[in-house]
Design a protein around this ligand. Structure first.
Ligand code: GLU
Length: 428
């Protein structure tokens, strides 16, 4: 079969394979293959020069049988409705696999946020809320940050929603800044969550983490904290990260064979994830081609950038040494690459399990907002670790019991939970 032409086709194909294994009813498949609701809207924004620019916005609510839809809002120049549909679908499986009472949603805006001033960004996200406020809310749909959006934007969006409904409603959105209704640990959550699953995978494979090396793709929020966690929690070594250079319009791998220092690299990285390569070079880092990360001789590979990076072609560059692929990004591996990874017996921690730490702490943030009582960072991260470890073990047990690939096992666990909720609520 040829590779899918877009992420949504890929999400549907992954689902179809498991639906077949589970012998799901055609009606159940029909509900779950598609989002329940989709919104596509125009957002007029007054730009700093006085002109009006119209932006295209999206929100997709895939399934809310287990609780309110949940998922981030992406700002990307190449955003499409199909991309948002795929990501909303994966959110349903993600919330189910970590067993939090939330459904799946995702939003988007077609824009490169780096081209906007702070004021323009604020007016754009407030405009997004003005279009969507009747269809979001703590009991309906709760957005969050994702690629191209950040805590400050969440703060503005919470403010806009609160003004429109006439009452302070922190639970309408998560990933808010600390002091503005945010939770301790939310910034670190996705990257640390990735590392908790890598730790469990290493236990299963009987690997000594202090002897392990990793190559990370990306240097955004997920990659940064995955790098810190790999070094500081597991005692391992990270040999490279990669990033998109805005000026050169090219991606680079930033390598140091005796181990990168993520704290140093974060200091020379701008808010859009672009590393200052002159400063990196001066500190002894090697600046290589953007694809170099995939062929590194490491034990663990963590694709934590955008989707589709490990595909039918690039998968063959993966070193024989690699034992674990931990998918920090959403949808980094295409179905053709999955076939090769499966055949080679590389242990895969699939995306919606591996990167579920973010939404898990988003859930904790909503709980704290509802209680109006806030936990310490230690409390949050301990609860996160428990959730991620339980989810990992549920998927691993399924994979062993049913003798299936970890991605299929994760789907089996999630689909079973969603289908059960549909039965309990009388949908099917
Ligand atoms: N955008 C993140 C994800 O893809 C977090 C979603 C959330 O916190 O709701 O999982």
């Amino acid at each position: 079969m040829s590779e899918p032409t877009n992420e949504f086709e890929m999400a549907q194909r992954q689902f179809d394979q498991v639906a077949e294994l589970l012998k799901l009813d055609p009606q159940v498949r029909d509900i779950l293959r598609w989002p329940l609701r989709e919104f596509s809207f125009r957002i007029p924004v007054r730009m700093d020069d006085g002109t009006i620019r119209i932006f295209q916005g999206f929100r997709v609510q895939h399934n809310d049988v287990r609780g309110p839809n949940k998922g981030g809002i992406r700002m990307h120049p190449a955003e499409t409705l199909d991309m948002v549909r795929a990501l909303a679908t994966w959110m349903t499986w993600k919330c189910a696999v970590v067993d939090i009472p939330l459904g799946g949603g995702k939003g988007g805006v077609i824009v490169d946020p780096a081209t906007l001033s702070t004021g323009e960004k604020e007016r754009l996200v407030r405009g997004w809320v003005q279009q969507m406020w009747k269809n979001i809310g703590p009991r309906q749909d709760v957005p969050a940050p994702d690629v191209g959006t950040n805590p400050q934007m969440m703060g503005w969006m919470m403010d806009e929603y609160s003004k429109l409904v006439g009452q302070y409603t922190p639970g309408v959105i998560t990933g808010k800044p600390l002091g503005g209704g945010g939770s301790q640990g939310r910034t670190e959550a996705t990257g640390y969550g990735v590392i908790y699953t890598v730790r469990e995978a290493m236990k299963h494979l009987k690997l000594d983490s202090t002897q392990c090396t990793a190559a990370i793709q990306g240097f955004g929020n997920v990659a940064q904290y995955a790098a810190i966690g790999f070094i500081e929690q597991l005692g391992g070594k990270v040999v490279c990260v990669s990033y998109w250079d805005r000026e050169d319009r090219a991606s680079y791998t930033v390598t140091k064979n005796d181990g990168i220092d993520p704290h140093f690299l974060m200091k020379i990285t701008d808010q859009y994830g672009s590393i200052d390569k002159t400063k990196a070079k001066a500190a002894g880092y090697l600046i290589e081609d953007g694809n170099a990360w995939i062929s590194k001789d490491v034990d663990v590979m963590i694709p934590a950038a955008l989707g589709g990076q490990v595909n039918g072609e690039s998968v063959h560059k993966i070193s024989q040494k690699v034992k674990i692929i931990a998918e920090g990004a959403n949808g980094p591996t295409t179905p053709d690459a999955d076939v090769v990874i499966k055949e080679r017996g590389i242990f895969l921690v699939p995306d919606f399990l591996c990167n579920a730490g973010g939404v898990t702490v988003s859930y904790f943030e909503g709980v704290q907002n509802d209680m109006n009582f806030y936990w310490t960072k230690d409390e949050v991260l301990t609860k996160l670790d428990t959730k991620m470890t339980e989810a990992f073990n549920a998927v691993l047990d399924m994979s062993i019991k049913e003798k299936v690939y970890m991605r299929d096992a994760a789907y089996m666990v999630s689909i079973a939970r969603v289908v059960k909720a549909m039965q309990l609520r009388g949908w099917i």
